[in-house]
Design a protein around this ligand. Sequence first.
Ligand code: HH2
Length: 299
Amino acid sequence: MPSAPLLRSAHRRHLVARGREIACGDRPLLVGIVNVTPDSFSDGGRYFDPDRAVARAVELAEQGADLLDVGGESTRPGAVPVDEAEELRRVISVIKRLAERVGIPIAVDTMKAAVAGQALDAGAVMVNDVSALRFDPAMAGVIARSGAGLVLMHMQGSPQTMQQAPQYDDVVAEVEEFLRERMQVAMNAGIAESQIVLDPGIGFGKLLVHNLALLNGLEALSMLGRPLLIGLSRKGFLGQLVDRPVDAREWGTAAAVAVAVERGADLVRVHDVAAMADVVKVAAAVRRVRTGGEEERYA
Ligand code: HH2
């Protein structure tokens, strides 16, 4: 178990996205999900209309989102891939309008370099690439040249195949090794360490037991020295635990978000920003007292 001062310093992390400092570590950040898709697993179709997507994103910002993550391609298990022209049509106008309306940083959730490039031109400052630079060989160059923030996420297989037979000997060690290697690939391509965020990829090629092990193992991943993002909102593993449909998993999400924050998540990607803001505040206070010796703050 590392000493408290080590954990404390490990938790103040410098994240820079296109010259913009994003304060990571002092308190966990809420990343509001904006799915401009007809088929996302939990809210597919609800915000497919661009006006609705913009209205939803503005609402999330007003509820306290620290960042917005705008995506035009579902990555749920078995999702049908979207071509570049269609993905561009879905996300670029929404990002452009949002960049004029909200002050918080905007990320684009895409595996395609062309979508990332145009999203950055439209006002995004981060790219959330769930393939961790493995899908599109041009992606690393776009990130390096633009100075954009970059989320590198672990996934075993592809969204089309990932839940067929996920297999690990030691899921935490394997995810850690993968993220270390992808971070090295990114840096070799000219991306600065300060641009990088890491994500264990909950639900991406993982069984229930793997997702639970990763939640428990977040502190180990935290030792990679970069901010940790976790996306678990309404996901299937919660459905397995609480036996509820996707739109009734808010309490399950709350419990998992609390554990993730207490274990070291720096950014949580959620659909329900208003509710999760309180969850994050409470869990972050518990973490601070445990890892930072900040009891006096709550005396
Ligand atoms: N999860 C989803 C999508 N993108 N990105 C990161 N970095 N981490 C995640 O865990 C993650 C992600 C899946 O959730 P959602 O966007 O709600 O659904 P869909 O992919 O069906 O649009």
